[in-house]
Design a protein around this ligand. Structure first.
Ligand SMILES: Cc1cc2nc3c(=O)[nH]c(=O)nc-3n(C[C@H](O)[C@H](O)[C@H](O)COP(=O)(O)O)c2cc1C
Length: 210
């Protein structure tokens, strides 16, 4: 038996639970921004992916809060300053990244709260996170509001200006999942560790005969 649910009859909380449970595991963007008055902010977003390589485009969604429809610091900072650094999250960083997801007041520096280390970027003002082996310096190309209600997404579409890759996670010149040891987000409080026995390979199918 399948349960079929009409989206219009669900609460924002139920809808979020269904989406995050079923659309998973999702990669996690740890997003560093600065407020207009120069205060650092760091927060994780798993509504996140890459969407093109020429130019390199990534997007994530700092959504309106499901509780009251309020906007998040990352959204406000991006609208004001148009810059961010997006970095991936390793298993070793997961607990500290979780600390960054707490609803701190605007102006609170999540680098200090989590103990993650800020290091300077090359092309943008927000700091990078030293502990992450893959960091992307970005500019905001478009912020697309996906609604005005509690839980509505805001698609932050960003172009990558600089990639930083730790040599410790590369093998024969490319990043290797076992060395990266990334985590991804599932529903509830679940995460996936994307290394070791979780990995398998499939060869690309050959070109069909012409
Ligand atoms: C792993 C993880 C993934 C998250 N993904 C999202 C997301 O995609 N969109 C979102 O709005 N909030 C997401 N959150 C919640 C935000 O991190 C949280 O609301 C945070 O307080 C936002 O911080 P800010 O107000 O400093 O921007 C996620 C939290 C965690 C722990």
């Amino acid at each position: 038996m399948m349960k079929s649910l009409f989206a219009k009859e669900l609460s924002p909380k139920e809808t979020l639970e269904i989406l995050t449970g079923g659309v998973s595991p999702r990669p996690i963007a740890l997003v560093s921004t600065l407020s207009q008055d120069g205060k650092r902010n760091l927060a994780p977003f798993s509504f996140f992916n890459a969407f093109g390589s020429n130019p390199p485009i990534i997007a994530f969604s700092p959504a309106r809060k499901t509780r009251d429809g309020g906007l998040k610091d990352t959204y406000n900072n991006l609208i004001q300053t148009k810059e961010c650094v997006v970095q991936v999250v390793t298993y070793a960083m997961a607990k500290q990244v979780n600390v960054c997801s707490a609803e701190f007041k605007p102006g609170v520096d999540e680098f200090l709260e989590s103990g993650l280390t800020p290091i300077p970027s090359l092309k943008v003002k927000p700091s990078r996170v030293k502990e992450s082996p893959f960091q992307m310096e970005c500019v905001l190309k478009q912020m697309v509001p996906l609604g005005e209600k509690p839980g509505s997404g805001n698609l932050a579409i960003c172009e990558v200006l600089v990639f930083h890759i730790a040599e410790s996670v590369t093998k024969n010149g490319v990043m290797h999942p076992d060395l990266l040891d990334l985590v991804a987000r599932n529903g509830g409080h679940f995460y996936t560790r994307a290394s070791g026995k979780a990995l398998f390979e499939l060869e690309k199918p050959p070109l069909p005969p012409s």
